[in-house]
Design a protein around this ligand. Structure first.
Ligand code: ADP
Ligand code: MG
Length: 390
């Protein structure tokens, strides 16, 4: 049975340092929720508090509406998968996977290898455990590896064993702390897909931790962005990308990073309309995604767009797309553009100079405090996610 998890103003302090401050989150039953943020922002600390491995300083953890703060880890019905797989090296894969069930279903005496077999009534339980191990091993495709020791497995195979050992417990909630970060790039991509498929098959609640925004964006139903010990925004991957509420979220989500320019610089760019000119009078951070930068002759001819004469400093070919690192001639601002390779081939840039164009509707504005502000009067896209503007 999957369960909802609510975090209510979780705080964690170590002496004078505060690691978590008012971390609040509502994870729905069966949801794939990812906590993403830079290293050191408190992700592991929060996960360990949910698992009961670390006490919080204040705040509450609820599962399906009931506080679990008084429960020790094993009574929380939560399974955790770590970055280091934490397998028992002297045990076979089968024994590693079976351990949680043996601990739960067999007495201490019955778990002793030689003696256990002699005790009455244990044979059936052992058979059931063996069947269960096979079923779970098939689920993560480690069936042929059951007799091996962890030392004889690749990193990806060890990670599957760790997953199997979590799945066999049939927990209400799965917690995963950077489970893919020890794998090479190719395997990480494969395992990403496998973990999301596993989530669909199990229908369980997953809380997944990563510092990798691509992992977060590709795997999750919702993503909670953490910075400095607090959750600053929780939304769908698309919601975070299109409607970041905080400049730190805008910068963290998306690769290459979003362009950010001061409003007085943008005010000096050619074109746009008077409404935009007025809006740019106050100090703002103006942000726009690299794919919002248009480089075609058609865009350069549009009067309602902003135009900036730029020098191409560097290009990076990404296969389907090309990144262009531009320098605005008039003010020296750096702008990254992303265009399809086919468009790049047709680009007209004599002497490495071209006109970059921006639609005002593609601009996001953030106040000096980094919080998103509306640009009233501009197209809806600019103000997406800001409920208080019409
Ligand atoms: P993340 O998983 O996001 O990388 P962590 O939760 O591991 O971050 O750590 C968050 C912060 O808490 C870090 O700055 C870390 O140094 C600090 N921290 C973790 N454990 C302790 C501890 N036992 N004593 C003091 N500070 C700690
Ligand atoms: Mg961590």
């Amino acid at each position: 049975m999957s369960a909802g998890v609510e975090l209510d103003r979780i705080e964690k302090t170590y002496g004078a340092t505060t690691t978590l401050r008012a971390a609040t989150l509502d994870v729905k039953p069966g949801e794939f929720m990812t906590l993403v943020g830079p290293s050191g922002c408190g992700k592991s600390t929060l996960l360990r508090i949910i698992a009961g491995l670390l006490p919080q300083t204040s705040g509450e953890v609820h599962i399906d509406g009931a506080s679990i703060d008084h429960l020790p880890p094993r009574e929380r019905d939560i399974a955790m998968v770590f970055q280091s797989y934490a397998l028992y090296p002297h045990m076979s894969v089968a024994e590693n996977v079976a351990t949680p069930l043996k601990v739960r279903r067999l007495s201490r005496m019955a778990r002793l290898p030689a003696l256990g077999r002699l005790l009455p009534g244990q044979a059936r339980t052992r058979r059931e455990i063996t069947d269960e191990v096979r079923r779970v091993a098939d689920l993560v495709e480690i069936g042929p590896l059951l007799e091996r020791k962890p030392a004889a497995l690749s990193g990806g195979q060890r990670q599957r064993v760790a997953l199997a050992r979590a799945i066999i417990r049939d927990p209400r909630v799965f917690l995963m702390d950077e489970p893919l970060s020890n794998l090479d790039a190719r395997l990480r991509v494969t395992m990403r897909a496998e973990i999301t498929a596993l989530h669909r098959r199990l229908g369980a609640t997953f809380i997944y931790v990563t510092h990798d925004q691509t992992e977060a964006m590709t795997m999750s139903s919702r993503v909670a962005v953490m910075m400095d010990g607090t959750i600053i925004q929780c939304s769908t991957p698309q919601g975070l990308y299109e409607a970041p509420e905080d400049l730190r979220v805008a910068r963290f989500i998306g690769s290459p990073e979003i362009n950010v320019v001061a409003s007085d610089t943008v005010a000096g760019w050619e074109g746009g309309n008077t409404r935009l000119g007025q809006l740019l009078q106050r100090p703002l951070h103006i942000a726009f995604r690299p794919e919002a930068v248009r480089l075609s002759a058609e865009s350069a001819a549009q009067t309602d767009m902003l135009h900036l004469s730029c020098h191409i400093e560097r290009t990076e070919r990404l296969g389907h797309d090309v990144l262009l690192f531009l320098r605005v001639l008039a003010d020296g601002a750096g702008v990254t553009a992303r265009i399809p390779a086919a468009d790049f081939a047709r680009l007209d840039a004599p002497g490495g100079v071209l006109t970059a164009s921006l639609h005002p509707a593609d601009l996001l504005a953030f106040g000096p405090d980094g919080k998103r502000v509306a640009l009233p009067g501009l197209a809806a896209a600019t103000n997406r996610g800001l409920s208080h503007v019409g």
